[in-house]
Design a protein around this ligand. Structure first.
Ligand SMILES: Nc1ncnc2c1ncn2[C@@H]1O[C@H](COP(=O)(O)OP(=O)(O)OP(=O)(O)O)[C@@H](O)[C@H]1O
Ligand SMILES: [Mg+2]
Length: 358
């Protein structure tokens, strides 16, 4: 008999890794029967697990709530301790990209209805899918998730997912939303829906009292940021590719709503407002390293930097930054240097202990 999820949680609390939070613990109580169902021996033959009717209870959990409450942490704890091999934890956006390209491949073979074979392909190897950050912004995704997840549930796949929104708020104001509504019903019929009402924003908490703006951007700044990043991600990272109107924004260092990039990655490339908005949609915390002193010869970089900071500011994204100088001295001459005052002021405000809350 494996250890109860709440017992694992309590151990982490006792070890001082986690602070005790009854709301978080309650989620693990909800996840426990899902784990038990997954660990129960699968009847061989007759495709028994493909008979949804045979399985009682929800097919997983949709966990939603405000930023930094511990949703990803709880999902990861669950995922790590479900004693089956056929499981996968994946960022929702990355999963949908894979699905879209699999659909594309299947359609090439002349199949009309590609969704079913793609879902069957997924369900062949996987019994549990854990999605971090379910959100739907893309119409191409919105139009297929209903039938895709219907097929996945029918194939016996369990789904545990985190999101910042209640299912009823997904794809809000999206194009052709009425065609998307069956997906919301499907989620609510198949999954338990839980709001994580933890009182603390633990991400904020981990950063409170920490320096988040470093200058100059030297080796000391780098190692201080390494330490912060390690504490926030616990050493885990993955790549995330954002697709924006046919272009790609590549985030090579990403984990659970946090990304780490250099100034040149984000402001040295021909990226524009739409790209930065997509970035803001995907992260709640950005580590931006190596902002140089800018001048008239770096006009384009300066302009992108202004756009990036505006987008982060509007989106309440937490920023950890290293730069050559104080915000006010980053762009003293060149077109738009007057407007840069606002950027500098925002950079100051974003260093505040309670910045990004709510
Ligand atoms: N009870 C806790 N005690 C201490 N740290 C915690 C606790 N719960 C979560 N954390 C830490 O707080 C940070 C934020 O947690 P997590 O990423 O799980 O939040 P989230 O709800 O997924 O937020 P978001 O909605 O922004 O994705 C992580 O570094 C996590 O390890
Ligand atoms: Mg999260």
């Amino acid at each position: 008999m494996s250890q109860h999820l709440t017992a694992i949680y309590d151990t982490r609390v006792a070890e001082g890794i986690l602070r005790p939070d009854p709301a978080q613990r309650a989620v693990l109580v909800r996840l426990e029967p899902i784990r038990e169902a997954l660990e129960a021996p699968v009847k061989k033959g007759l495709l028994s697990r493909f008979r949804k009717a045979e399985v009682a209870g929800p097919r997983g959990l949709y966990l939603w709530g405000g930023v930094g409450r511990g949703k990803s942490m709880l999902m990861d704890l669950f995922h790590a301790h479900v004693g089956i091999a056929e499981k996968r934890r994946v960022h929702f956006h990355a999963f949908m990209q894979e699905v879209q390209s699999a659909l594309h491949e299947v359609r090439k073979t002349g199949v009309d209805d590609a969704i079913k074979p793609v879902a069957e392909q997924i369900a062949r190897d996987i019994r549990l899918l854990c999605f971090d950050e379910m959100q739907i912004t893309d119409i191409a995704d919105a139009m297929i998730v209903g039938r895709l997840f219907q097929a996945l549930f029918e194939a016996g796949v369990y789904v545990v997912t985190t999101s910042n929104r209640h299912p009823g708020e997904l794809y809000k104001d999206g194009l052709n939303r009425q065609l998307f509504l069956p997906f919301i019903d499907l989620l609510q019929e198949n999954l338990g829906v839980d709001q994580l009402e933890a009182m603390t924003d633990y991400r904020q908490d981990r950063l409170s009292g920490e320096q988040v703006y470093f200058h100059p951007a030297d080796a000391a700044a780098r190692s201080a940021i390494d330490r912060l990043w390690q504490g926030l991600t616990e050493g885990r990272e993955e790549e995330l590719l954002l697709e924006v109107k046919g272009r790609e924004v590549h985030l090579p260092r990403y984990w659970a709503g946090m990304a780490r990039a250099s100034f040149w990655d984000l402001c040295g490339q021909p990226l524009g407002p739409a790209d930065y908005l997509a970035l803001v949609g995907a992260v709640k915390l950005l580590v931006l390293e190596g902002v140089p002193r800018l001048d008239a010869t770096k006009f384009n970089e300066a302009k992108r930097f202004v756009t990036l900071i505006d987008a982060l500011y509007e989106g309440h994204v937490r920023l950890i930054c290293s730069a050559e100088d104080e915000p006010e001295r980053l762009y003293l001459e060149g077109a738009g240097s007057f407007e840069f005052e606002r950027t500098a002021s925002r950079l100051r405000e974003m260093q505040g202990a309670d910045w990004g809350e709510g």
